[in-house]
Design a protein around this ligand. Structure first.
Ligand code: SAM
Length: 274
């Protein structure tokens, strides 16, 4: 979809609105239109699809999403960005709604009548709590897919498989009822200013939830099991009543360590613990 008025280059928008990057707001901007279009293509055809974007900043990714045909609702905490986003809203009439606020406090689910795709170059300091919040609600969730930029190390923890040092609570809480993959590595030099570490875009799509297990049970279980990840389960799960009996009832050797259990084994254990 083309804008009704020509868009100025992003660097000019930033200069005109005085949007110097704020470290405390996790501001690392993307300017490369081709890269942004590739990120916006990850969820699939966005024509007339609802999209939630967290942290649009000066609107680089927002533009790419609008040009891909999406209807975007964007939540931005930095008041300085709002006038630049208002210009974008004028260029794409009735396609962009901007909410000034803290994404950790806004009830995003209530903003949509149909499930949106979530697409965001997330502020690093709030990325993991936002994701865990989106993974914890009723299932199937209120969103269709998540396409999210993370620090590469966090992206690897989200998609990790057992027997890998990146495998832990975040992998299990993501993968027990979703598919998660790294869709694209992104070099630090793509950002202005460049962060210290590399990044990667993760794509997550929800599946049916296994029966008889709640997010909360699994969250507590994985926190305890991975809290002492080098210890045998019989030791690390001592605070969990009946843990050894539950492990034995589903054929898991209590001498194993948490990081050797598959996601399905964690689900079975959570179910056995009731
Ligand atoms: N989307 C832009 C891009 O790709 O160039 C900016 C991404 S920048 C990594 C993160 C953005 O999130 C910034 O604009 C920042 O102001 C915003 N932000 C930080 N914390 C936020 C919060 N709690 N809620 C909403 N937005 C936030």
């Amino acid at each position: 979809m083309n804008p009704v008025t020509p868009l100025q280059p992003l660097r000019e928008v930033i200069a005109r609105h005085g949007l110097s990057a704020s470290k405390s707001l996790g501001q690392n901007f993307l300017f490369d239109g081709q890269l942004l279009a590739r990120i916006a293509a990850i969820p699939g055809d966005l024509t007339d699809q609802q999209v939630l974007e967290i942290g649009p900043g000066p609107g680089g990714l927002t533009r790419a999403l609008l040009m891909a045909g999406a209807r975007v609702t964007a939540i931005e905490r930095d008041r300085r960005c709002i006038p630049a986003l208002a210009e974008l809203s004028e260029a794409f009439p009735d396609r962009l709604t901007v909410i000034e606020g803290d994404a950790l406090r806004v009830n995003a689910a209530s903003l949509f009548e149909e499930p949106p795709h979530i697409v965001s170059n997330l502020p690093y300091n709030v990325g993991t709590p936002l994701l865990v919040g989106w993974l914890s609600g009723t299932w199937l969730p209120w969103w269709k897919s998540c396409t999210l930029m993370f620090q590469k190390e966090v992206a690897e923890r989200i998609v990790a498989a057992p027997d890998n040092s990146a495998y832990g609570r975040l992998a299990v809480l993501t993968q027990w009822r979703s598919d998660a993959r790294i869709a694209m590595p992104v070099h630090r030099s793509a950002f202005t200013p460049p962060p210290k570490v590399m990044s990667a875009v993760v794509h997550i799509t929800p599946n049916d939830a296994p029966d008889g297990v709640t997010f909360r049970t699994l969250e507590r279980l994985t926190a305890t099991a991975f809290g002492q990840r080098r210890k045998m389960l019989r030791q690390s799960l001592k605070p969990v009543p009946n843990a050894v009996e539950a492990l034995e009832s589903i054929g898991i050797d209590p001498a194993r360590r948490a990081e050797t259990l598959s996601v399905a084994e964690f689900v079975a254990l959570a179910r056995a613990l009731g």
